[in-house]
Ligand binder design. Structure first.
Ligand code: ARG
Length: 578
């Protein structure tokens, strides 16, 4: 059990301070390993006990630290307890560390670390995660790709920690663009091209119509008229719109599959068109709707009720807006799916939109809006393919695969692969994901193919390489999970450092579950991979005495499954050969 030590220390603290052990579980943190230096395993900052009012916050912090440290007595699990400035550190018994961390888990190998008691303090329940959400006929830009990666990660993480997860794609499938598309399709569209290459063709038509409408009043009127027909559910218009939508979803499903992403629900703005009008009425009844000088319907969001900030929910011609549909969509989702939390993933330019959305929902007495969250992310600059700017998601995936295949062709193992293209695709995608997740999500970053595809250094390729190398080690040696490991045979610092690092796994997931940032997990796995690289050199399996070889194999096998498991949470499919 991976959380064995954290619990043992928490229990000890609980007994000494007469508090429940649960209080100490999140307060204790595993000490990050540094190179291969010997360190303690866990630390407890005394300040956290003061903020939690377990210790008086006006006492002398060092006195409190020293006193607590001396009250806590070492035992057979915790070997040493030391007081540092404001922090108490704990070192666990080395043999027990080896024994517990390498204990066979049987069929639940992939669940190592995931059943940690640490997670009991998190809210489990239903999480609705809305992500990707491209707009039909428009570009699938780098922002949509980021949203896809991040949302998938959040959904995977929540699922791993025991939540029920609903994955939703909220398509931009309504609005004036469909007026233009519908009106222009007769002139610029072609059914055959639409079937052959739907995304490309719809985009082309959309670009053409927009150009035309710039100087052609008739086209503009036709577009308005088509959109009106749509809003009034006229069957001919609706059926063309429906064709565009269906064909697009079908294409996207295929591409998401390449990414290893799936959605439970394809929703979209169109689904809430009528409900949005009801929302306006509701706002009216609740006295929240005001009419502006321009004749638009607005909601006052200023703290003092002086309209110093407001949000427009109704155009002067009586049509609703993006935000109005989002209000309706949120209410509808709560009713349908009874989520405990809802998470929206979009670039940071929409942060204000979501702030306003949550505020309006709260003022309509939807208290659950408190449990809605927007996860904003920064811009990606310069994502280009050989042929130019990225327009379609598929272009990026093809480019990643081609480049990776090209890099791989220089290695001899590529010839032994059943499906090098498939491997190249998986590795290429992992490169995109790791690059995207390394920093804080809010930061913008510059995209660079050569950098993300490096084998050495902190890339997704490096993670895959480490995984494949471990898989090969496992293939070449007997299955090791049954036999008992003799802890005395695995006390070299290199191995201990890996085990200490693994003590952090549950904590890293816990941190990610709180702030929804993938960087904790990515950096944890990169560090793990570096430690594994040293272990390959310093703890060879081949040529070692059988007991030693068994013990080392078990260590590699555990590292292998944590790596694979962590990669999967990130949305990466680990490869066994590359
Ligand atoms: N389709 C939108 C866009 O591409 C993103 C939708 C985000 N979700 C939402 N509920 N508003 O910008």
């Amino acid at each position: 059990m991976a959380c064995f030590f954290r619990r043992a220390i928490a229990e000890k603290l609980g007994r000494t301070l007469h508090e429940s052990e649960d209080v100490f579980m999140p307060a204790l943190s595993a000490v990050p390993v540094f190179r291969k230096q010997e360190t303690a395993d866990f630390k407890l900052p005394i300040s956290t006990l003061r903020t939690r009012r377990i210790l008086p916050s006006d006492g002398d912090i060092q006195l409190q630290t020293d006193r607590l440290a001396s009250q806590l007595k070492p035992d057979s699990v915790v070997e040493a307890i030391s007081a540092l400035p404001g922090v108490i550190t704990f070192t666990v018994n080395r043999k027990l560390l080896v024994q517990k961390m390498l204990e066979p888990t049987g069929r639940q190998e992939e669940e190592f670390g995931l059943n940690s008691k640490l997670f009991d303090t998190l809210n489990r329940g239903t999480s609705l995660v809305e992500f990707s959400s491209p707009n039909i006929a428009k570009k699938f830009h780098a922002g949509h790709l980021r949203s896809t990666f991040i949302g998938n990660f959040i959904a995977n993480l929540k699922h791993s920690l025991g939540n029920r997860v609903i994955r939703m794609n909220y398509l931009g499938d309504w609005g004036m663009q469909f007026g233009l598309l519908g009106a222009g399709f007769g002139k610029f569209g072609c059914q055959q091209k639409l079937k052959q290459n739907p995304l490309q063709h719809l985009f082309e038509v959309y670009v053409e119509v927009n150009k035309e409408a710039e100087h052609n009043e008739e086209m503009k009127l036709a577009a308005k008229d088509f959109f009106k027909q749509l809003e009034q559910h006229e069957s001919e218009a609706v059926s063309l719109w429906q064709q565009f939508r269906e064909i697009t979803v079908h294409e996207y499903e295929h591409i998401y599959k390449r990414l290893g992403v799936h959605f439970d629900i394809y929703s979209g703005e169109s689904q809430h068109q009528d409900q949005a009008q009801k929302v306006v009425q509701q706002l009216q009844t609740q006295g929240l709707l005001k009419t502006s000088e321009k004749g638009t319907g607005v909601v006052d969001l200023s703290p003092d009720g002086d309209m110093s900030s407001f949000c427009t929910v109704l155009r002067s011609d009586g049509t609703t807006l993006y935000i109005t549909r989002d209000i309706a969509a949120a209410i509808d989702r709560k009713r349908k799916y009874h989520f405990d939390e809802m998470i929206y993933v979009t670039d940071k330019s929409q942060a204000n939109h979501f702030d306003q959305l949550f505020q309006i929902l709260l003022s309509m007495d939807h208290a659950w809006a408190d449990r809605c969250r927007h996860v904003p992310f920064g811009l990606v600059q310069g994502m280009k393919t050989r042929t130019g700017e990225v327009v379609f998601l598929e272009d990026v995936l093809d480019e990643a695969r081609t480049r990776m295949l090209n890099n791989m062709s220089q290695s001899k193992t590529t010839k032994e692969m059943d499906d090098p293209e498939d491997t190249a695709e998986k590795v290429g995608i992992s490169a995109l994901i790791v690059q995207d997740f390394k920093g804080p999500l809010q930061s913008d970053y510059k995209f660079d193919w050569d950098r993300i595809l490096q084998t050495q250094g902190d890339t997704g390729v490096f993670l895959q390489y480490t995984h494949a190398r471990l898989s090969s080690l496992m293939r070449r040696n007997e299955a090791v999970d049954g036999a008992a490991v003799e802890p005395a045979l695995l006390l070299e610092q290199t191995g201990i450092t890996i085990l200490q690092h693994l003590l952090r796994y549950d904590e890293v997931l816990y941190q990610s579950a709180q702030d929804l940032q993938p960087k904790h997990l990515v950096n944890f796995l990169l560090k793990l991979s570096h430690l594994i690289a040293s272990a390959h050199r310093e703890l060879p399996v081949k040529g070692s005495a059988p007991g030693v070889a068994q013990a080392r194999l078990r260590l590699f096998s555990r590292a292998h499954s944590v790596l694979a498991n962590g990669m999967r949470i990130l949305g990466i499919t680990p490869v066994d050969r590359m």
